[in-house]
Design a protein around this ligand. Sequence first.
Ligand code: ADP
Ligand code: MG
Length: 920
Amino acid sequence: QIQRALRSLCIPLERLHIMKGHMMEDMCKGLSRQTHAQAKVRMLPTYICSTPNGTEKGNFLVVELCQNQVRTVLVTLFGDGNMSPQMVYKIFDLPEGIMQGEGEALFDFIAQCVSQFLAETTPSDTSISEERLPLGFVFPFTCRQTQLDKAELLSWSKGFSCSGVVGKDVVQMLQSAINKQETGGNGGGGNWLSSWRGWKSSQLAPGQPSHVEVVALMNDTVGTMMTCCTEGRPCEIAMVADKGSNCCFMAEAYLVETAEETSGRMCVNTEWGCFGDDGTLNDVFTPYDESVDEESSNPGEKRFEKLVGTLYLGEIVRHALIALTAEKAVFTGTDITVLKEKGVFTIQHVLDIINNEDGTTEVKRVLEVLGLQPSERDCGRVQQICRAVVGRAATLHAVGLAAILSYMCQTRDMETLMVNVGVDGELYKGYSRFEEILQSVSRLLSPECLATLLPSRDGSGRGAAMVTAVALRLAAQRRAVDEVLGPLRLTHADLEKVQALMRQEMEKGLGKHTNATASVRMLPTYVSHTPDGTERGDFLALDLGGTNFRVLVVRVTEGGISMASEIYVIPAAIMQGTGEGLFDHIIDCIVDFQTKQNLMTQTLPLGFTFSFPCQQVGLDKALLLTWTKGFTASGCVGQDVVQLLREAAQRKQHSGLQVVALLNDTVGTMMSCGYDDPKCEIGLIVGTGTNACYMEEMKNVGTVEGDQGRMCVNMEWGAFGDNGCLDHIFTHFDRVVDETTINPGKQRFEKLISGMYLGEIVRQILLVMTEKQLLFQGRASSKLQTRNIFQTKFLSTIELNGLALRQIRTILNELELDASFEDSVLLREVCQTVSLRAAQLCAAGLAAVVEKMRENRGLDRLSVSVGVDGTLYKLHPCFSLNLQKTLKELAPNCDVSFHLSEDGSGKGAALVAAVACRTA
Ligand code: ADP
Ligand code: MG
């Protein structure tokens, strides 16, 4: 029988693996918004989003409500890595009956304890003086926490049942009780703060704390975790193996769906005592466990805790002994009536029995003190049972720990995890083999993780002070961060103003007489129609001015558009040679292409995407204003580009060339999307630069003769603000970035939005934040001082939701920056701020466009589409969503949909040619 009993208490390894899996599933359930309510492992958010970094300093008061006691602690931190905090304690016994009395009386009592403690205590560092003394409240009951200082009690436990507290915010209750004390409203108290630091007068001197403020509430498990954090050694898991059992750990905040926080990490209180309440542990329960559960005050609940909590271990042993006696396996022929009484066999008895490795003298003593008459054999068997019960408890703790370790490792997307685990509690301290079992079993179950166990010093009091200190440090940091980022955050009113200014500049640009002074040029394109889908035929297209020079043939059929293309290199000698040389080279490329494609015998209409600034005077007539992007070919500026191409064709005796249109890439983008969606009357580019075009009424285009129909206008909006009209939104960072470009004062709008600049803006912010000691511990690497080192594509990576912060660190490590976890979180916020502003400003520009189109057409609602191109728009994870959301807010009467353009330059050029042929 004894062997059978021992076997039933021993859980096989495969079963432990399965149990770990269940625990992980339950953890996910507890974190998910949909399943949280039914989850047994509650996974409560604590709103503690950071662990101490050692810079915390000041005086902190902690009040801990424990079983039968209130503990008050004054902790002084010196910002020295928290190595040697000063602590003064006082313990107050709870008066008889208060645990079951009125809630208000309980909180009044706690406030009195605070008052009395402060009256008697002088802080060890009187040089630190604050107006208010922050208080951390350790409240070891299940709460629904919605902020660090807001927690509604869900249910009492541990013998407490005070009325009028469940459902209330316990922080508020404690604060009110303290306020009552401070104003002397509760009799006796008087102005107790006046005696703080030995001041006997009733006047408060400047620098004295005039107010105790409850800034944080936490569970004792969290306190333990924080206690174990010292400099350079964050502790991210804490386990308390005591009367009950619980564990908390730092989870990725975005996974804690029940809290609003999405960035960084948050400490989650697992409340794992209820694991198994849904039956997942049924097959490991022994008849002894069932008896313990039936006799408890809450049968069927906290099933895991009842296997591992020290409140229950003695009971399990007691029931095992009763059963074994009945089976005549122990205590045969002796009186065991004493074992019938609940609670006689305590954890202390159990620990005394098992910790004694040599012989059974101690076992005999313990059992005799209990009133039993054990034989030598009984002593041995009782010891075996006790070892089995406690060993199982330690093993089950290891299962829980392994589940958390693997969960952390997986969700942080790491191959291996090294982490410190703070441990505290009666079982951990009292059972000599606990640590060894915890270590070895968790290692077996989660071999990818390496947990270092740290004993918690000074219990949860110091930890609670740390939580409070960290909360204050973060609040101060938040203020400083907001000060830096504030100017980059635009309000709805700011954006409306930008929209209005854009509208104003558009009108100026369109006006015949005002055009010259407008920052938005509003260039006519001579494209009067978007595709209607009836275009057919084969076309040639040229794309010059992007990264590559390309020649394409585009086939527009009923079934859709197909293309073939060839990329040609333009040697630097030709780019910087003569105009004739350049255009001759282009013709050579066309001939080569036509030959390869077997097109030499046909004369195909040709569309030319030419991405350089041009003054267009006809669809096939455009004067080059200036070369950019490394081109300097002579004799071209001021000339008609189409004519230059035609002349080259003549020189090369290529008669089969029919150039019908020259266009800008925004126009190509609009046209290529317009083929599939006739409502597409806007083109937008957000790539290296930014620009837009749209269909304007001819009667509004003052720079072109004629009032009939519409014409596409190339806004050249990148230059918006070059006349100073946006000066009020430029920040210090924007000015620095502008000054270091090759065209200072030019393209000011573009410099707030496009890919060429966003990374650089972020870099400037990082430099300032580092200088203000908000990042990288105040140390900027020399790499970070390098211009353009922070690429815009980094923003895309960093802002990916759910990206493991490790990857952010990888980017930062490449920049030779040693980033803490918090640095990574802040960096992400910086990137989000910059890219959000870019998207919002782009939306403000677009809002001006769509509203103007709506007014032009006299519509209450406009439904229109935008064709978009550009890598920033296409690859950034939030840019397009932010743009669309802001546009809805700024232009509520317009329904705007967006289409990504595919190969706008090639396809668009062909379509411009096609439409020209169709309308001709
Ligand atoms: P262009 O505008 O010259 O035709 P693109 O549309 O490809 O070229 O845009 C290039 C710009 O896109 C570059 O300035 C670069 O910084 C930016 N970029 C490249 N990759 C990404 C990315 N993953 N996320 C955001 N921006 C990017
Ligand atoms: Mg492009």
